[in-house]
Design a protein around this ligand. Sequence first.
Ligand code: GLP
Length: 243
Amino acid sequence: MKVIRTKNYQEMSKMAAEFILNKINSSSKLTLGLATGGTPVQTYHYLAQDYREHQTSYQHVTTFNLDEYIGLAKSDPNSYHYYMDKHFFSKVNIPTNQTFIPNGLAENLEMECYEYDELIKKHHGIDLQILGLGKNGHVGFNEPGTAFDQHTHIVELTNSTIQANARFFNDINQVPKRAITMGIGSIMESKEILLLVSGTEKNEALNKLLHGEIDEQFPASILNQHENVTIIADEDAIINTNL
Ligand code: GLP
């Protein structure tokens, strides 16, 4: 894994946006895997800014988001549909029918998972997957204990993830208990991965990722077995990691 060190969150975000723009500009067709959460917000902001200033086109880009809560409508401000629209899709010229996010309100959730994987396959897999890192090592919503070969599936969120994400909700009781997530298997099939890590609260997780064992109890550890991973991390996340 290649690690790029940045001074702070702003610089990490700027570099991530440049990394993504480089792929967009050098491909005639690109399938991007996208993440939500606090970490990539500023990256999307820089991509939107680039669009305003340089009109980089997204007409040839298709996106697949990692995950979505079960039970939230697309119009719910806490849904990842809403997040993506607010921070990114509405700011660039990506055609709506080229953006995919699991439907957390699907009547048949198992079928939704199956169809999501089929859709990714139909697009010949993901060229570049953007990831954030959960404090307990989760990626997407793949919680500790998730089998490494799993594809898109339904998860019960752990208390630590519910607590971590409660900051986006008015009340912790409003945080959904279940989600649909691309599996570790789906993520590992991406041709390239860009992992963004920022802040002291991710310090321990980054340390474990870089120096710990590969273990299903720490889902991100499997990234050590992927041949094309770049980590962009800021100083706060890197402190004490021996880098
Ligand atoms: C959330 C999301 C992940 C995200 C991670 C870290 O629960 N499902 O996709 O990468 O946890 O979130 P944050 O960037 O807010 O720390």
